[in-house]
Design a protein around this ligand. Structure first.
Ligand code: BGC
Length: 350
């Protein structure tokens, strides 16, 4: 297929060969995906001079993905993106226990979640779409039911990355899938994202306790550092003395974008390069995470280290701890029903 090339990416410690699929659109924009964790290892976007540059953080060595990607860098996260309090939830009176990999809570499906699995991967004929499939066994990571998951990544000719998720189960279970790419629109992975401007069309966000589990309240952003309804530099209020910012070590919270169905929820802008990213989703929530826990352990693709706040995630999803908070939109999936969701990251020049 002309627009999709396949190559060998690396070999896991277990001896499994991981493939890389590279999709190129008519403008020369490129998306690189590997079938380990469904990880996006590279995604380019245009700047004001029409130059396409990589805008997602990634490791320089394949083995760094294969041996404990604790940042969930670029990966598909599941079965349940975000946190579940105490790693416990119940369905029909039965309690299920999950790994508490983010002590005392469960985070992003656990250390052996979807971000660390080998997915089946194929190019959809005559398209710019990559299809990833994974079957998660009954009780894998503690979750009930065999879950069959497919994720489609499409690179469109108008410079958008469209992500479509589907899942079915053979027993009642919970599902909340997301994509964990860290963006840095400067194209320089040592530059802090606090200099990016963000607009988030959300009147409410979800405050948490000090372990980052929602208190249950949806709080109006008015008068708080969480108000991004008018475009604002991410760094403007991030160091304000605020209990919620302390809990997250900066922004690491779920917002509740206004409206329902597939809608525009956010725009991120990097003034110097004029790169712009619009986010659209049909999900009820979006976690803005500002790379507060990146710690300089790895070298970036543009040199230097992956220091704190050199990437930002806008993880579209259901609300954190939804399985334990009955007033949050349901994350239950039952046999015969299909989980479906869609998110678009669209790039342009302002
Ligand atoms: C979470 C952060 C966490 C990070 C893991 C984010 O989605 O909200 O708290 O540290 O993922 O890399």
């Amino acid at each position: 297929m002309k627009n999709i090339e396949v190559s060998e990416y690396g070999v896991t410690p277990e001896g499994i060969v991981v493939k890389k699929f590279t999709v190129t659109n008519k403008n020369g924009m490129q998306l690189e995906v590997i079938n380990y964790g469904g990880i996006i290892t590279s995604l380019t976007a245009p700047d004001r001079n029409g130059q396409y540059k990589d805008v997602v953080l990634g490791f320089t060595k394949p083995e760094d993905y294969f041996t404990g990607n604790s940042y969930f860098l670029g990966a598909i996260v599941g079965r349940f993106a975000n946190r579940i309090a105490g790693g416990k939830f119940s369905i029909e009176g039965k309690t299920y226990e999950l790994e508490t990999n983010n002590s005392p809570n469960h985070l992003h499906g656990g250390n052996e979640g979807f971000s660390n699995k080998i997915w089946e991967i194929e190019a959809v004929p005559n398209s710019q779409t990559i299809k990833l499939s994974y079957t998660s066994k009954d009780r894998e990571e503690g979750y009930p039911g065999e879950l069959k998951v497919t994720v489609l990544y499409t690179l469109t000719d108008d410079d958008a990355l469209e992500i479509s998720y589907e899942a079915t189960t053979d027993k009642p279970t919970i599902v909340n899938l997301s994509q964990h790419s860290y963006f840095n629109l400067s194209g320089d992975f040592t530059e802090l994202i606090t200099g990016h401007e963000l607009q988030l069309y959300a009147d409410y966000f979800i405050p948490t306790d000090n372990t980052m589990i929602p208190t249950g309240e949806l709080k109006n952003v008015e008068g708080t550092p969480f108000d991004f309804r008018i475009p604002k530099l991410i760094g403007k209020d991030i160091e304000i003395d605020d209990e919620q910012l302390k809990f997250g070590s900066g922004y690491d919270h779920c917002w509740v974008p206004n409206g329902k169905g597939l809608r525009s929820i956010a725009e991120v802008y990097h003034a110097e390069t004029e790169r712009m990213m619009e986010v659209l989703t049909d999900q009820p929530g979006v976690q803005l995470y500002c790379g507060n826990f990146l710690d300089g352990k790895y070298e970036t693709k543009t040199g230097g280290r992956n220091e704190r706040r050199t990437g930002l995630c806008l993880e579209t999803q259901h609300f954190p701890d939804a399985p334990n908070q009955s007033h949050f939109p349901s994350v239950m999936l039952i046999p015969g029903e299909k989980y479906q969701s869609k998110t678009i990251y669209k790039f342009s020049v302002k």
